[in-house]
Design a protein around this ligand. Structure first.
Ligand code: HEM
Length: 156
C-alpha cells in the first residue's frame, strides 16, 4: 500500500544524497540514535521509578517530571533526526519488515500515552499510588518496547 511512498523517499534527492555518503555517517547516526535513546529512557525511568514510589521520594513527581522533560524532548529529537538519516537512504529495505512497522505502531501508542496518561499522573496532585504505579508500568513498557523493537529490526 505504501510501497511507492517508501520507494519515492529512498529515490528522493536527500535519499540519494545520504545513500552516497561514507559509512561513517551511518555509524554517527547510529551513535546519536543510541545517545537519544539513553536520554529518553533514562529520564522516563527516573520519573517512572518515582511514580512507583521506589526512590527520589524527597522530590515531588511534578518537579521531577519538569526537570526531566527537556531531556525527554532532546532525546526524542535526536532519535527522530538520526532515525531519519538511517531510514531515508534505505527505505525500501524497511518496507517489508514487520518489526519496523510494529516499532512505529508502538511509538504512536507511547506518544499518545505520554500526552495523556503521563501528563495526568505527573501533573495531578491527588493520584492514588496504584494508579501512578500502573501508569508508570504502561508508559515504561511502551517506550522500552519501542527500543527493543528498534534493536530487533535488523534481525528480521
Ligand atoms: C522517527 C523516529 C525514528 C526513526 C525514523 C527510527 C529509525 C530507525 C532505523 C532506520 C534504525 C536501524 C534499524 C536497522 O536497520 O537495524 C533504528 C534502530 C534503532 N532504533 Fe530507531 N527510529 C526512530 C525512533 C526510535 C525511538 C523513539 C526509539 C526508542 C525509544 C528507537 C530505538 C531504536 C533502537 C534501539 C535501534 C537499534 C540500534 C542499533 O542496533 O544500533 N528508535 N531506528
Amino acid at each position: 500500500m505504501f510501497e511507492h511512498i517508501f520507494n519515492n523517499i529512498q529515490n528522493s534527492g536527500i535519499g540519494s544524497f545520504l545513500g552516497k555518503q561514507n559509512h561513517l555517517l551511518g555509524a554517527i547516526a547510529e551513535l546519536l540514535h543510541i545517545a537519544g535513546l539513553i536520554l529518553l529512557l533514562a529520564s522516563l525511568l527516573v520519573t517512572g521509578l518515582r511514580l512507583m514510589g521506589w526512590g527520589l521520594v524527597s522530590l515531588s513527581v511534578a518537579d521531577l517530571a519538569k526537570s526531566t522533560s527537556r531531556f525527554i524532548w532532546l532525546g526524542l529529537a535526536l532519535l527522530v533526526i538520526s532515525g531519519l538519516i538511517l531510514f531515508v537512504p534505505a527505505a525500501n529495505i524497511y518496507y517489508p519488515n514487520k518489526i519496523f512497522w510494529f516499532k512505529f505502531q508502538v511509538l504512536l501508542l507511547a506518544l499518545v500515552a505520554h500526552f495523556t496518561l503521563y501528563q495526568y499522573v505527573t501533573r495531578s496532585k491527588q493520584v492514588h499510588l496504584w494508579v501512578a504505579r500502573i501508569a508508570a508500568l504502561i508508559i515504561l513498557g511502551l517506550w522500552f518496547s519501542v527500543a527493543f523493537a528498534g534493536r530487533f529490526v535488523g534481525f528480521f
